[in-house]
Structures are given as structure tokens and as C-alpha cells.
Design a protein around this ligand. Sequence first.
Ligand code: NSS
Length: 426
Amino acid sequence: MKDYYVKDLKEKVGEEIDLKGWVYRKRRHGKLVFVVVRDSTGTVQTSIKKQNVPVESFEAAKVVDIEASIHVKGIVKEDARAPDGIEVECTEFLIISPSPDFPIQEDTSSEALLDIRHLTLRTTKARNIMQVKNGVIQAARDYFEEKGFNEVFPPIMVGVAGEGGGTLFSFDYFGQKAFLSQTAQLHLEASIFMFENVYSLTPSFRAEKSRTRRHLTEFGHIEAEMAWCDEECNEKIEEELVVYICNKIGEKYSDELRYFKQDPAYYHDMEPKFERITYDEAISIIQGKGLNIEFGSDLGYDEEKVLTEDFEYPFFVKNFPKDIKSFYMKQKGDRAICADLEAPGGYGEIIGGSQREDNLDMIIERLQKEGEDIKNYEWYLDLRRYGSVPHSGFGLGIERLVRWMLKLEHIRDACLFPRTPARIYP
Ligand code: NSS
């Protein structure tokens, strides 16, 4: 690893340092070459003057390519003209590995950038997004840790559909049909009998054909499940978690937020006081905006877009008709005891949560209605047979949250290597 990182150089004025990184930009003025060096923490200008360096160093600086890896030695100087007020005056300039014809240009199209995503990751935009995503994951873990939850690692290869047969990726598991997990929920439900309050961070998979700006076929899923917890308690945990994450990002990632023209104070000062509206109210808001949605339909991309556009903060939509919701949700009359958390400004759903059905017969009836083979669910049904307790939980889509926080055009940008119906490469 390195001795010096760009972000620390401001404190090293007058000192001799050595810096490893990549060429971000380059300019030449006769006997002087300026190379802006990029590392994981930022960029800094270095100057290579012919009279200050060995001949080979000056020749190397003259020909070095954008994104070549380099190792420079020099003295940190104050320089009012440089972006951070400092510059490294080189005494030595070494190319570690060249980078002829680096394929990213200012005008490279977004599809072409995705084809070379392995190289696009080096851009400031990608770095800033991934930095915030890392902060989101860290903050979520901190929240759960503070609340006494245990993290568990549920299986990714499963034998049951958690979220309906329509979006399952299936594969052959030594002669048995198996699936990539759509949700950790069912296995988290089993885990509450050990830990009471549990959470997991896993990839979830959905064979969604929907090519929207917010659907992926593989996404990062933060899921929690709590014993002895009803809908109110569930919403409180969801709200606290989202606000905790937003506060932390507002506090620690203000530069990244500003890069995306977001006000850190909005996130930093957010409070856990999200509005709650009913499904019926949501339908009338959507109808009032001229969309033709019937009572009893689920909210899709367009509906959520208009529903959320005038809200300032995330809000819950509660009490969906039970028939459009999952088999495991507790029923109350013709409604499910559930709530989706919607992100404002047209971004839409970021969390799906519910109180779980504890009536064994009702679960069996729902599964049969959906054409599921009860045999595969016997283990899940056992959870209701042996010491069942009232419990609730939810799932938060990490890329959806990041997309909303940074107002990204497309959810793909919030993925390291996005997976969509049209993309498994690179
Ligand atoms: O289908 S969900 O609404 N709910 C569940 O999977 C529950 N079984 C979670 C639970 O209670 N443990 O998905 C939860 C969230 C949803 O709100 C989105 O934020 C995200 O997962 N999600 C997605 N993100 C990106 N792409 C796709 N296709 C996607 N589907 C769901």
C-alpha cells in the first residue's frame, strides 16, 4: 500500500513525498509538463520541469498517456493557482504501466460507457456514487448494530419463490429446480426465532422484463425482520433507518452530494417524521393528476412518478388491497397490513414492508391460489406451527435509495456492474 494519498497532501507542504496513482489530465508548455494525478482520494497537480528532473523523467512525462499508472516523487508546494492550493514539484517521474488510447472521451455515449464499465469505474462520477453507496451500507450496518440487531447470511440459492413466480431466475440444482433468491425474507423469518431482530445485506434477483429507470435484474437488498413487531413498529424502524442513513450521508459525504447538485443540509437535517397516506388516498392523488388508474390496481412506474412528484420527503403508502400483495402479508378485511416507502420527486418506491400473516390456513390458501406446491413451503409453514409470534419486516433497495439521494437519471449508475435484461457484460 502507499505512504501518501492525495487527500493528505495539504498537510505536507514543504515535505518531500512520493505519490502513486493515474494520469487524470496532462498539459505541456515547452520545458514544463503539468500532470494531474488521480488516486482514490482525489486529484492533485504535479509539475515536471525539465531542469529539475532526470532526462528520462522529463521524457516519460512528455509521452505519458491519460490513465497510465505512475509513481512521482517531489516536494509539496503552496500554489494559489492550483485547485486545492497545492502542487507537487517533481524531482522524479516514473511510468509504472502505460495506457495507450484510453477509450473514454468526453462524448462517449452512455451505452458505450456501460460496455466499458470496467474502465468507467475510474471516472469521478462513478467514484462519487460508489462512495455514497459505501456510506449507505456502512450507515445501515451502524444503525442495526446500535439497535441490537444481528446480521445473518441467508442463502442465495433457494427452492421457493419469495415474491411470486413471475420474476424467478431458475437453474438446475443437481436435478432439482432451484432459483436465485428474490428476497431473503422467508429465511430471515426463520432467523427471528434465534435472534428476534435480524437483518441481512444480500443481492436479490428478479427476472423483471420491465425496462424502467429503476429496475435491475440484480440489486442490493437490505432486509430486516423483527419478532414481536406490528405495522407501527415496522414503519418506525424503516423511518429511523432511512433517516439515520440520510443524516450520515449529509454529514460525511457533502462533497459528493454537491457534485450531484444536492444540498447536504436536506439530508443532514432530515427527521423521522414521514407522512403516512392510504392506498385509497394515493389512488385519488394519481387520478387527480390525470392518470387512468382503477381502484385495485398496483402502482407502477408511471403512477409512482406522479404520486411522489409533489412530496418533499419520503412517505408511506399503506393498506393496499390484499389481492395485489404477497401471500405472506397479514390480512385485515380486504386489505394487507403493509406499507411501501416512496421517495419524493418522482423517484418512487424504495422500501416494501409488511406485518406477516400468522394464520397458517390463510397462508396455505394463498399459496394454493397462486399455484404454488405446498410441499416446497413446508419448512416456512413450520414457522407458524411452532411458537409463531407476531412479526414484521421490510426490504430496502440500495440502488433505488442511492438513485434518489443523488438524483441519478438511471438506477444502472448506482451499480458497480449493472445487470438488466439487456446487459450481463462486463
Ligand atoms: O418486492 S419488494 O417490494 N419486497 C420484498 O422483496 C420483501 N420480501 C422484502 C422484505 O419484506 N424482506 O422489494 C423490496 C425493495 C423495493 O422496495 C425496491 O426498493 C427494491 O427492493 N427492488 C428493486 N430494486 C431494483 N430493481 C428491482 N427489480 C427491484 N425490485 C425490488
